[in-house]
Design a protein around this ligand. Structure first.
Ligand code: Q46
Ligand code: ZN
Ligand code: ZN
Length: 319
């Protein structure tokens, strides 16, 4: 097989597109797919200030690289989640990437700024780690974007991620989640716009993009992801993709073209616009439907000192 564009030596074959590319034209292909997603879903415009949510993994670093290559003003934000070595490594890869290219990277640490980590929050809330992790990330992305005047927050969710989330939502017919599953969410109620410019590219393409561009990234999965259903859904969808190349794309984009609007219309008709009861959180000022926002409640619960068992017999003896 030869490169579809120049007939040169190929580095990757993309069965779902019935195409193969050399290194140069594969990189151009990736940039074009990102541009197409940005245009089709009106994610942002040239001149907008973009904040990339960076995890140190292949997707977010490839996305940041592609946006900069396309000429967008894109800065990064990495959050110290306190997940042992994994968080340290992820932050180090993000820092190296930014330093090598002279890019701006914001850093916020849950432990230093809020007194807890993702594992300690999981213990305090008795819920899966991803629950407090997701809540914390959303809160910090939103507040950094608003504080620094970014127009949009972008994340590195790719086609594999979005198809797996869709599969999970459809398998339980979670109407409210299906109503919100869109590659761009407009700014509303004091929250910044959110977009996922990698929805036209898969995990394999992103890994290849990083290798070809000498982008070092954290390869290990987050240790807290064990038992995460989405990993199983990804395996299922990969099996479908082998049997029928393009199945993931058809599943996800078919939903966006033909079903997403029905879910958002149904949810809006049932519950009305959810923006009426929004007011600033009395602790942090972020928009919230409650007096105290969910993140501040989490901080309150997770940053409490761990109770220490006191041996009262000993105290009595000492006294
Ligand atoms: S980092 Fe956080 Fe993920 Fe780890 S704890 Fe879960 S949500 S799996 S993207
Ligand atoms: Zn070529
Ligand atoms: Zn708050």
């Amino acid at each position: 097989m030869k490169c579809r564009v120049c007939s040169g030596r190929i580095v990757i074959e993309l069965r779902q597109h019935n195409a193969a590319f050399c290194a140069e034209h594969f990189m151009a292909f990736c940039r074009r797919q990102v541009e197409r997603a940005i245009d089709k879903f009106s994610m942002f415009e040239p001149g907008d200030r973009v904040l990339v949510a960076v995890s140190g993994g292949k997707d977010s670093l490839a996305l940041w690289d592609i946006l900069v290559e396309l000429g967008y003003a894109a800065d990064g934000l990495v959050i110290g989640l306190g997940i042992d070595d994994y968080s340290e490594q992820s932050t180090a890869f993000a820092r190296d990437f930014a330093d090598q290219r002279g890019l701006t990277l914001h850093y916020h640490s849950l432990q230093d700024e809020h007194g807890f980590t993702v594992p300690s929050a999981a213990e305090a809330t008795k819920r899966v780690p991803c629950s407090s992790c997701g809540l914390s990330k959303r809160h910090i992305f939103d507040s950094v974007a608003l504080d620094h005047g970014y127009d949009v927050v972008v994340t590195g969710h790719n086609l594999d991620d979005e198809a797996a989330v869709l599969f999970g939502n459809v398998s339980r017919w979670q109407r409210d989640y299906l109503a919100r599953q869109h590659p761009v969410l407009p700014a509303a109620n004091g929250f910044p716009r959110k977009a996922k410019p990698l929805v036209r590219l898969g995990e394999r393409e992103m890994a290849a993009y990083c290798v070809l561009n000498n982008i070092d990234y954290v390869v290990d999965e987050c240790p807290m992801a064990a038992g995460n259903k989405h990993l199983e859904y990804k395996d299922l969808l990969n099996t479908m993709e082998v049997a029928s190349p393009g199945a993931k794309h058809a599943f996800y984009f078919g939903f966006l073209d033909r079903a997403a609007e029905l879910f958002s219309a149904a949810v809006e008709a049932k519950s009305g616009r959810p923006d009426e009861n929004i007011s600033p959180c009395v602790v942090c000022g972020s928009p919230s439907t409650n007096e105290v926002c969910s993140f501040c409640k989490l901080v309150e619960l997770a940053s409490r000192p761990v109770p220490v068992e006191i041996d009262t017999r000993r105290d009595m003896l000492d006294g």
